[in-house]
Write a protein of this length. Structure first.
Length: 395
């Protein structure tokens, strides 16, 4: 299956990947329509279009490098703010509805599995990937695919289903505040404030901040060291506890580099808050790396492939996301959460802190930008644990 740019044209593919991510960020910060769609979705759609019209290949060692190096480096950088004490103190009610929403993801994963297990091979692996990504975001998808050894074909098909469903769901979330049914049955104080003339753009949120060479050096050094130490610890435990018999669960938990990585970073961020929480550049660099990841997961997203070969994966993703939204709406109403809190909690589960914060910024819900970033960052940690748990229970 040829493409205009060959899979081994390394520098050109890297240029397209990084350029696509940079263009998505520029569009998001420059144009109101793009900020509503979010840069993450734009980066994904850009590469998806290029691969589906035959400009770039659907598989390449360059894409593998993103999974092998870019994603692991991005995770600690985005977790530098994951101070457990701070999350509990500042996120308030939003953390509660977020955790409730995550339960909806798990219930959907189980419901969809029992409905489709006889029709989709290796559905437990897909369940792990979808549980991880729909609790913590797309970073966890890569972690779970690697953890459960999902084949490249299965991962690609699952990515396409995830990407298509996620993009459609974001449009639903964006539209919800303007739908009369939701405005009638849920409080919406921030929507009222924005309509009264208050707001903030993505460009103003990501405005330039003072950052030095030393800051950049610390961010990259700390992230690289954490990844190296976590990988060594995971390899040690993986060899100590074989992935079979009674020690299988220990192998999956203690031998998982992503779980170790997120746990180590969380400990550092909580124990040394001045060093990690306020590290200039960490959030910006980590976010840019994640945009590159969003771009790369769009490359193998063959729309024809998912429609002809694995349409049930799209159905499975729909079941999970529908359960997440239903549980979030029901309990949000019971416990008197606002519509904005419900939407962002579900967004933080399905898309992660990047898309949730982008939506909060684009909507002008300034009071929730910080809290949703915090709980979404916590999701990076929880997503891996949820994914490993679900994948093994349905094994």
């Amino acid at each position: 299956m040829g493409s205009l740019i060959s899979a081994d044209n390394t520098w050109v593919l890297w240029a397209i990947l990084v350029g696509d991510a940079a263009l998505a960020i520029w569009l998001e910060q420059r144009y109101k329509w793009a900020s509503k769609v979010t840069g993450c979705v734009l980066a994904l759609l850009g590469m998806m279009i290029l691969s589906n019209i035959g400009i770039i290949p659907t598989a390449s060692p360059v894409y593998d490098s993103v999974w092998d190096y870019v994603v692991p480096l991005a995770i600690p950088l985005l977790l530098f703010q994951c101070n457990i004490k701070k999350i509990g103190k500042e996120s308030g009610k939003l953390l509660i509805i977020y955790l409730i929403s995550s339960v909806g993801t798990v219930l959907g994963a189980f419901a969809g599995f029992f409905a489709l297990q006889n029709f989709v091979p290796d559905l437990n692996k897909v369940a792990a990937m979808f549980s991880g990504t729909y609790v913590g975001g797309s970073v966890n998808f890569a972690a779970m695919a690697d953890t459960f050894g999902a084949s490249g074909e299965l991962s690609s098909q699952a990515v396409v289903a995830d990407n298509l469903l996620m993009a459609l769901y974001f449009f639903v979330l964006i539209a919800m505040p303007s739908i009369n049914f939701f405005r009638k049955h849920y409080s919406h104080p921030l929507v009222d404030e924005v309509e009264a003339g208050m707001g903030q753009s993505a460009e103003s949120y990501w405005k330039a901040k003072p950052i030095s060479l030393q800051n950049i050096a610390f961010c990259f050094a700390a992230s690289t060291i954490i990844v190296a130490i976590s990988t060594a610890i995971a390899n040690f435990f993986a060899s100590l506890f074989p992935a079979e018999g009674a020690t299988f669960i220990l192998n999956q938990l203690l031998g998982n580099k992503y779980l170790i990585m997120t746990t180590v970073t969380m400990i550092c961020a909580t124990a040394l808050p001045k060093t990690f929480n306020d590290a200039p550049g960490a959030n910006e660099i980590g976010t840019f790396l994640i945009y590159i990841f969003f771009a790369v997961i769009g490359a193998p997203a063959s729309i024809m492939s998912i429609l002809t070969q694995a349409p049930l994966l799209l159905v499975y993703a729909l079941i999970i996301v529908a359960c997440n939204m239903l549980i979030t709406l029901i309990f949000g109403k019971i416990f008197h959460f606002s519509l904005e809190e419900i939407i962002l909690a579900s967004n933080a589960n399905i898309g992660g802190p990047t898309t949730a914060a982008a939506m909060a910024i684009s909507k002008g819900w300034n009071k929730l930008i910080g809290p949703v970033l915090l709980i979404g960052t916590l999701g990076y940690v929880l997503g891996n644990y949820y994914g490993v748990l679900v994948g093994n229970l349905l094994r």
